[in-house]
Design a protein around this ligand. Structure first.
Ligand SMILES: Nc1ncnc2c1ncn2[C@@H]1O[C@H](COP(=O)(O)OP(=O)(O)OP(=O)(O)O)[C@@H](O)[C@H]1O
Length: 312
């Protein structure tokens, strides 16, 4: 469904000067600085997958999504989305994709939700019978009835998000980009969004690319994740492969030596050992040479594993 090969995006913006006459200096010097937002990234996403596209703030996630939706042109690399080059075939590509940005609505602020949905239907040339069937399914699935006649600006965040989701899938695109779809929502509303994504993916084999900082979304929805940081791809694989790592023994020693059994002290003065077999034997051999102040056993969880990858 999506093929990305050697994708890079470098932004070039005027260098700004501060201080007295800074604005004038910015104007007259015309110096530019470059920022590489996406740096030689390659991946493939198959039909029907739900992928978590993750990274810390400024990692390059939105820039990648903007390239995949055709809003931005890359500096180099090749991209195919359902066989199309998104920035060249922008209109055809737009028909293949639904997009939801959690931080801002795509709906018409002053129109009742139903009118916004009708407009989306006509913009995407959805025949009226198909529109009505699709709308009636979405009314059930997203519980739209109680606020279909309400202007979008009066909707609560959770209602607005349900409206945005409906607009994104009304024309049944094979591909859905969700950018922080649960940001700011309460627990129940988050759950409703996740159920909707699972159902949409299941019913129409819709491919979903999800960017989020909420790892509960990722654990609920994605089998596979792609991690990027500072524009570079750090990991591409299943969550199972990430989390299925040895448990760890964390030890705080009285004398805090630099190295114990080949393991260096970390920034918090702890020694962290991978547990492969005989845990009591491991503890006994450490205790034979050092006084143990504290010890604990850590199960690998997605958050700590991801933090570990970012820290590398
Ligand atoms: N239009 C632009 N002009 C210049 N620099 C930009 C532009 N858009 C993004 N950047 C820079 O590119 C880098 C990647 O930004 P991007 O928005 O893709 O990150 P992100 O992973 O989506 O972050 P977040 O999680 O905070 O939304 C950042 O350093 C950002 O400042």
């Amino acid at each position: 469904m999506i093929q990305v090969e050697g994708l890079s995006k470098v932004f070039r913006r005027p260098r700004t000067f501060s201080g007295p006459f800074g604005a004038l200096r910015t104007l007259v010097t015309r110096q530019y600085e470059e920022r590489t937002a996406v740096d030689d990234v390659s991946f493939e996403i198959g039909e029907g997958e739900i992928i978590g596209y993750l990274g810390p703030n400024g990692a390059g996630k939105s820039t990648t999504i903007k390239i995949l939706t055709g809003i931005l042109t890359p500096t180099s690399g090749t991209v195919r989305v359902a066989g199309l080059v998104p920035w060249r075939d922008r209109q055809a590509n737009a028909r293949n994709v639904g997009v939801v940005f959690g931080q801002r609505s795509q709906l018409w602020w002053d129109l009742p939700l139903i009118e916004s949905l009708r407009l989306v239907g006509s913009l995407y040339d959805v025949p009226s019978a198909r529109f009505e069937t699709s709308l009636s399914k979405l009314r059930d699935l997203l519980g739209l009835d109680e606020f279909l006649g309400t202007p979008v600006r009066q909707l609560s965040l959770g209602q607005r998000m349900r409206g945005d989701l409906a607009a994104a899938v009304l024309y049944e695109p094979p591909l859905l980009y969700l950018d922080e779809p649960t940001v700011g929502l309460d627990v129940l509303a988050k759950e409703a969004v996740r159920e909707f994504v699972v159902e949409t993916n299941r019913a129409g084999r819709t491919t979903v690319v999800l960017t989020t900082h909420d790892l509960a979304d990722v654990e609920a929805l994605c089998k596979r994740i792609i991690l990027i940081d500072r524009g570079r791809l750090l990991f591409d694989g299943t969550i199972d492969a990430l989390v299925n790592q040895p448990r760890r023994l964390v030890v705080l020693l009285e004398s805090a030596p630099e190295v114990v059994r080949g393991v260096s002290r970390d920034g918090e003065g702890r020694h962290v050992f991978e547990i492969h077999d005989d845990l009591p034997g491991m503890i006994a051999s450490i205790a034979a040479e050092h006084t143990i102040r504290d010890l604990s056993i850590e199960e690998p969880d997605l958050e700590s594993v991801i933090k570990g990858i970012y820290a590398r």
